[in-house]
Design a protein. Structure first.
Length: 107
């Protein structure tokens, strides 16, 4: 099974900031020798709001440029909603019975 290393994650973030998404993912695939499946898992590690349909869009993308699957423009449009570094909610404070660390009490 493919595991996303810290280096791949770092490079992915750097590439994705440069944009467009399809070009960045292709550069990443070429640099690390990744196929669509693994490119999708890298994207899932980097984007905070990625869901299964987004992963499937990458799986169905024409990464190799053979004319089969989603074009770069289609993929860019399909994944335009993805964001990195979104603020994360404080999950512990919303859980029933969570302990208030400052006071040591249970809410």
């Amino acid at each position: 099974m493919f595991e996303v290393s810290d280096e791949v994650r770092r490079v992915a973030r750097e590439e994705l900031i440069k944009g467009p998404l399809s070009a960045a993912l292709r550069r990443l695939a070429n640099r690390f020798g990744l196929e669509r499946t693994n490119v999708a898992w890298v994207a899932a590690e980097v984007f905070d709001n990625m869901f299964v349909p987004d992963i499937q869009a990458i799986w169905e993308w024409d990464l190799e440029g053979r004319g089969d699957g989603h074009s770069d423009a289609e993929l860019d449009a399909m994944l335009a909603h993805l964001r990195m570094d979104l603020p994360r909610p404080r999950v512990m404070s919303t859980l029933a019975g969570a302990t208030d660390v400052k006071r040591g009490s249970t809410r």
